[in-house]
Design a protein. Sequence first.
Length: 287
Amino acid sequence: MNFTRTRIAPTPSGFLHLGNAYAFALTAAIAQRYGAKLLLRIDDMDRDRVQPEYVSDIFASLNFLQIHIDEGPGNVADFERSFSQRLRMPLYEKAIAELIAKGLVYACRCSRSQGANGCAQRCRERAYALQDAGLSLRLNTSDRLSLTMKSPFAALHVELAEEMRDFVVRRKDGLPSYQICSLIDDLYFGVDLIVRGKDLWPSTVAQLYLAACLNLTAFSEITFYHHDLILNADGAKLSKSAGDTSLQFLHRQGLSSAALYKLLGQLAGNRTAVNSFADLIDARELP
């Protein structure tokens, strides 16, 4: 297999940790193996959570990991000037407007947890005005669309997870949701290979559903590889709030890049020695 472009897409809402390092490194290894350019895309739409030090940490972490980015911002100033998601707002708004024009969305007063508990369907029946302030817009996913996800192994027939039914496409603050931004960005940058953790499988299917609603057939041609996650000692997913696993903390403690990769290899269960990101792929089941 050969690909044109894959991406690393961190959210600057905290200092990056070992789980992020593993995802970055594995993506870089897969890009190298299949001849794809590596794009850095920073997801900064949630401006309330974005802090300058978190954006800086992304570049410092990539340097610590010795990962070279082929495309995208080279530093914080370059990112703010030319690559922030705010600059692509017209593209996101156009997609949402198309969903509205097609009658595929409805306004919702629910919180995220209430929506997951079925309140969203009641909002659909109440038919709130779409233009009212303080309401989110949800995609009506009552149609059981036939969806196909391309993996490195085969084309998979997939369905929306229950927790993704009627997912949000525009938030209560009027900003586009992650699902909208991620879908539009991947098409905008010409990504044809996406490497993600298995925890994002439901989001991948949601984006395939959204692409079908918008007739964005190119998205269904993207290949997705969902990898296992690095977990903590309790078997839970790592969090950006867990300071002792942050790359910044480990770097300050004097951990070298080589030692970091050895640690990642151990946590990932690699049977062979890991000295760089390229070694992480050896134990992966990839063609």
